[in-house]
Design a protein around this ligand. Structure first.
Ligand SMILES: Nc1nc2c(ncn2[C@@H]2O[C@H](COP(=O)(O)OP(=O)(O)OP(=O)(O)O)[C@@H](O)[C@H]2O)c(=O)[nH]1
Ligand SMILES: [Mg+2]
Length: 278
């Protein structure tokens, strides 16, 4: 049995838990490239999320100290069987790695073992300061406008620094072009963005140009793919009672935008790409 290891990387509020719940609903009730071949052993975490979604509202924030794993017994569209351990955790853990430059043993071994990284970036929540560079070039500083930015990292710098730390811990060099771990970037909550006709890779390059350039310089083109992900298709709050979720079921909500710009209801596609399933 093939048991690939993947690592889900996403900060607080990036959509990890809702993606996990929606992926589970798809694999179970409305499969695409990947489907469940048995009932996973411990379902509590995923069933809870799906239960909230069936009632039309959002699930809880995952508490900072939590780390849970669910073993998903999967079958691909060629009948190959694989077991995938799907992690979920409080997104603050990823921020702590960045702010404290320390990783726990659990994180270290995950980073070293993983064949693929699934990186969730919710662009709407990223803070960048593109005007600051223009200001620097155009006039001498009069002190205005600088206080709000003082001490705040630009999202570009934060992600690049975090990726460098993670690659270092994983034992990967940042001078060779990487083939492993494969990297799927999921621009989460894609429904929140005005993307016009841009491809997901262009949306990343427009919003976080330094992150896009860093990824392109480190990974081999064949080892990266960039997707839009809207696991829910819309925002759900704790007190929502969304009728589409209640009447049609969560397994019919949400979509991805493939790297070629094509919209697809199969939420397992980025995972299938990461696992090498075509
Ligand atoms: N618009 C939109 N909102 C979404 C989507 N997926 C999740 N959300 C919302 O984003 C918020 C955070 O989602 P979570 O899945 O809880 O995020 P998380 O990464 O698990 O966050 P932590 O548990 O804090 O680490 C929730 O309020 C969701 O309703 C989506 O596809 N579109
Ligand atoms: Mg969560």
């Amino acid at each position: 049995m093939h048991t690939p290891e993947i690592l889900l990387l996403g900060g607080p509020d990036s959509g990890k838990t809702h993606f996990a719940g929606q992926l589970y609903g798809r694999l179970k009730r409305n499969p695409g490239l990947l489907e469940l071949r048995d009932t996973p052993a411990d379902l509590t975490a995923l069933e809870e999320v799906l239960h909230c979604l069936e009632n039309g509202h959002a699930a809880e924030h995952t508490s900072a100290g939590t780390w849970t794993d669910v073993l998903l017994p999967l079958r691909d569209n060629h009948g190959n069987e694989l077991d995938l351990r799907w992690p979920d955790y409080g997104g603050e853990q990823l921020l702590t790695i960045f702010t404290e430059r320390q990783v726990t043993e659990a994180w270290r071994s995950q980073l070293r073992l993983a064949d693929g990284w699934l990186l969730l970036i919710r662009l709407k929540k990223e803070t960048t300061y593109p005007d600051a560079l223009k200001e620097l070039a155009n006039r001498s500083s009069d002190g205005n406008g600088t206080t709000a930015r003082a001490g705040n990292w630009d999202g570009n710098a934060r992600w690049v620094e975090l990726l460098q730390i993670l690659l270092h811990v994983a034992g990967q060099s940042t001078v060779a072009h990487l083939e492993q771990p494969r990297l799927a970037v999921l621009l989460s909550c894609y429904d929140e963005l005005a993307v016009d006709d841009l491809l997901p890779s262009q949306v990343l390059a427009k919003n976080l140009p330094l992150v896009s350039a860093f990824i392109d310089s480190i990974w081999k083109p064949s080892a990266i793919s960039i997707w839009g992900l809207s696991a829910l298709g819309c925002l759900l709050e704790k007190n929502s009672d969304n009728e589409n979720f209640i009447n049609q079921g969560p397994e019919h909500q949400g979509w991805v935008v493939n790297p070629d710009g094509h919209k697809d209801a199969d939420l397992s596609r980025p995972l299938a790409w990461l696992l090498g399933v075509e």
